[in-house]
Write a protein that binds this ligand. Structure first.
Ligand SMILES: [Zn+2]
Length: 171
């Protein structure tokens, strides 16, 4: 007999393994955006996620991916819900997630800026973090562009090894 706990774990594992559309080397578990999973009385798997960057166009894609993954794990009814409070911060990216970013040549975010109390800002506030080169570890890097391939990343170049690299912005 499948217990409710086992079913919940199965749904959790399926959702946790979904990768992020913008940072495909990271799973939802690595990003720390999977909040909770519950199996409702009618067997519906309800999954709560906290979206990453505000207004991120990848959210719809992510929801569809979670829905598909949980269905593939044997659930006929899936409901993906978003939880906006507390808002997601790059501080929730797990140590494993940070390691994977660096392994893929992407500089992981530094500590997130302190939030002012009040409504969640809809824009990405500039930060003063100077990221380290993920390839050679040099600290002498320059920002080439505030926006990399996606809005969650900025583009930098290492003055030591001269390689460009992306950095996940702190929010
Ligand atoms: Zn370098």
């Amino acid at each position: 007999m499948v217990t409710a706990t086992a079913a919940r774990e199965r749904a959790w594992d399926a959702a946790a393994a979904v990768t992020d559309p913008e940072l495909p080397m990271l799973t939802l578990a690595d990003l720390g955006i999977l909040r909770r999973v519950e199996i409702e009385d009618d067997g519906t798997a309800a999954v709560w996620i906290t979206p990453t960057y505000s207004g991120c166009p990848a959210l719809a894609e992510m929801r569809a991916d979670v829905d598909r993954a949980v269905r593939a794990a044997g659930f006929d009814r899936v409901r993906v819900r978003t939880e906006l409070s507390p808002p997601w911060t790059t501080d929730w990216i797990t140590p494993r997630g940070r390691r994977k970013l660096a392994e893929h040549g992407v500089s992981p975010p530094g500590p997130a800026p302190r939030r002012e109390p009040g409504p969640v800002p809809l824009t990405l506030l500039p930060t003063r973090t100077v990221p380290r080169c993920p390839r050679c570890g040099a600290q002498d890097t320059e920002e080439l562009s505030r926006f990399g391939a996606t809005s969650c990343k900025s583009l930098h170049r290492c003055r030591s090894c001269l390689e460009p690299f992306e950095h996940v912005k702190e929010i």
